[in-house]
Design a protein around this ligand. Structure first.
Ligand code: CIZ
Ligand code: SF4
Length: 352
């Protein structure tokens, strides 16, 4: 990266000192990760931010829903900043507040709403988290999705899982012993979600029709190809991948799980990883010295384009603005939304 920009980022960060705390999501570019005070997945980062109440500014190098979650979990005097406001998440955008309210009406009409507990993935807007809190549901991450579903099925007979159909289906079928027939998909672009009242009454899992535009692109053919190319390879994928990909993989887990699995892997082992490319490249470089061969599961899948919007020029602009006392790109969730979203997040934190 541009040495001039690296210098400017260093200088602005030094000027701000402890007043700024920079969070770097695992899927960020190397040039950004270099300036992160901590790295992690979205939930770990929101908690890390809450653990630094003295920092006036939280610069969230990640996407919009993550900055919202950090704002919800930090104190009111802390200002959360997203270096590029165009860094959204296509999955989170697949469930809007209006669509989800309409879905609840459909469930009410079908006479099933009282039996339904919403479970929303961390990768959702603050509005969706608030809907979840209001209707007695919880948030989950890809690490605790099974515990969240166990809890939800103690509260009710059915789960409305938002917005990632793949994480919902994979957790229900792989970890909870449900069958694919126990799951139906609610399509917000069709009248009544494309489902009949009978289908809604018979289903245990009502999956929102959302997906990650990166993880959703790995295919069964990617797994078969890599196995043919690299004999003895271990295939490790994120649970946002399609069910058929997860079913064909050797190991499945969250970003934190993937990192730990590679740390524990023996020298000489070979791995094909199905998650975001910035992270896979960093892990491949890091573990090459330990003689662990790490490849990206499918070379036709590219970076998360919105994660990549946060680059060194945006970070420099953000840090220099803050150093001059100008707060740019603040992400602030309104109080009512925040209180219901927090309720849902607190239910997750209280999961056994
Ligand atoms: O796919 C993502 O964006 C993930 C896994 C986000 C996160 O850290 O929760
Ligand atoms: Fe959203 Fe997928 Fe990008 Fe994560 S990797 S921010 S879920 S589009």
């Amino acid at each position: 990266s541009d040495p001039g920009l690296v210098e400017r980022a260093r200088a602005a960060k030094a000027k701000l000192g402890d007043r700024v705390f920079v969070l770097g999501h695992h899927y960020q570019r190397d040039e950004v990760i270099e300036f992160a005070d901590v790295t992690g997945d979205s939930f770990k980062l929101a908690r890390d931010a809450a653990a630094r109440p003295d920092a006036e500014y939280i610069v969230f190098c990640g996407v919009h829903f993550m900055a919202e979650s950090a704002d919800i979990l930090t104190s009111d005097d802390q200002q959360v900043v997203l270096p590029d406001l165009a860094a959204g998440c296509s999955m989170a955008d697949m469930a809007t507040a209006e669509q989800v309210a309409e879905c609840w009406d459909v469930l009410t009409e079908a006479g099933v709403a009282e039996q339904v507990v919403p479970v929303s993935y961390m990768n959702s807007s603050a509005d969706i988290k608030a809907f979840t809190g209001k209707h007695g549901g919880t948030i989950c991450t890809s690490s605790n999705a099974k515990r969240a579903l166990d809890w939800a099925f103690e509260q009710g007979e059915k789960v409305l899982f938002l917005p990632d159909q793949h994480l919902g289906r994979n957790t229900a079928v792989r970890d909870m012993g449900m069958s694919l027939d126990d799951c139906v998909v609610y399509n917000p672009h069709k009248p009544d979600g494309g489902l009949t009242a009978e289908q809604l009454r018979a289903a245990k899992m009502i999956l929102w029709r959302g997906h990650c535009s990166v993880h959703g692109r790995f295919s069964l053919a990617s797994v078969e190809d890599v196995r043919a190319r690299i004999p003895g390879v271990n295939v490790l994928v994120h649970p946002e991948c399609k069910h058929e990909v997860v079913a064909a993989a050797d190991y499945v887990g969250s970003t934190e799980y993937i990192i730990k699995a590679l740390e524990a892997a023996p020298p000489g082992s070979k791995w094909a990883i199905g998650t975001e490319l910035n992270l896979v490249r960093r892990l491949a470089n890091r573990f090459a010295a330990e003689d662990k061969e790490i490849v990206f599961l499918d070379k036709t899948v590219c970076f998360c384009s919105t994660m990549n919007r946060i680059d060194l020029p945006h970070l420099v602009w953000t840090l220099e603005s803050l150093a001059e006392g100008k707060v740019v790109n603040r992400i602030q969730v309104d109080r009512e939304t925040e209180s219901f979203a927090k309720l849902a997040l607190e239910r997750m934190l209280a999961l056994p």
